[in-house]
Design a protein around this ligand. Structure first.
Ligand SMILES: O=C(O)CCC(=O)C(=O)O
Ligand SMILES: [Fe+2]
Length: 201
């Protein structure tokens, strides 16, 4: 696995079991993160990202007051090698977490996301009420120059209260049933959001 100078998977599994969430401060590593940022620079310059939709199925629609980011799936033919390598390392992590937590997650899906200044993603769950495919949510931040007062925190609801994650570098993973939101920022905020999911049957 290329950037899986990973983290002890057992530690991640223990944290997911105990708290429902785990920080991975050094994943992806600096070289992989730079390659991902460069890939995203190129894709944004090419106009490859598109405004994200909310809901799914018949209720799918675009509502910037709920969700203001633009996205591109990592398995899109236009993404670069960094995206493929990142997907492969997340898939390796999925297999290891399955082994320890019996998630039954069959696959990983991931997209680049860019939130323009002021954009937000209102409080939601990634696991839909009528579709429980998503099991683990995984977000990696691509903003090495982020300052604490730039805003844009991921606010995540845990049993013992909310935590705010500064979207600078590294990753966080959490159970997809947990509520969370992206607060608006004073500048563009870039990330990769990924999910380990059960294949639709
Ligand atoms: O970017 C983040 O911190 C979270 C994004 C998110 O909640 C989502 O894409 O579902
Ligand atoms: Fe989410």
């Amino acid at each position: 696995m290329p950037h899986a100078a990973v983290h002890d998977v057992a530690t991640i599994a223990d944290a997911l079991r105990a708290r429902g969430a785990c920080r991975l401060p050094d994943f992806p590593d600096a070289a992989a993160a730079r390659a991902l940022r460069e890939d995203l620079d190129r894709l944004q310059a090419a106009g490859a990202l598109a405004s994200a939709a909310v809901g799914h199925g018949a209720s799918l629609g675009q509502r910037a007051e709920i969700r203001g980011d633009a996205t591109l799936w990592l398995d899109d033919a236009r993404t670069g090698r960094a995206a493929a390598a990142f997907l492969a390392s997340l898939d390796g992590l999925r297999i290891e977490l399955n082994r320890r937590l019996f998630l039954g997650a069959d696959e990983v899906e991931a997209h680049y996301a860019a939130y323009p200044a002021g954009a937000r993603y209102a409080r939601h769950r990634d696991r839909f009420r009528d579709d429980d495919a998503r099991v683990i949510s995984f977000v990696s931040y691509l903003n090495p120059d982020w300052r604490d007062d730039d805003g844009g925190a991921l606010r995540l609801s845990l049993d013992d209260g909310d935590i705010d994650v500064v979207p600078r570098t590294g990753s966080i993973c959490f159970l997809s049933e947990l509520e969370h939101e992206v607060l608006p920022a004073t500048r563009e905020r870039r990330s990769i959001a990924a999910w380990m999911r059960r294949r639709p049957r």
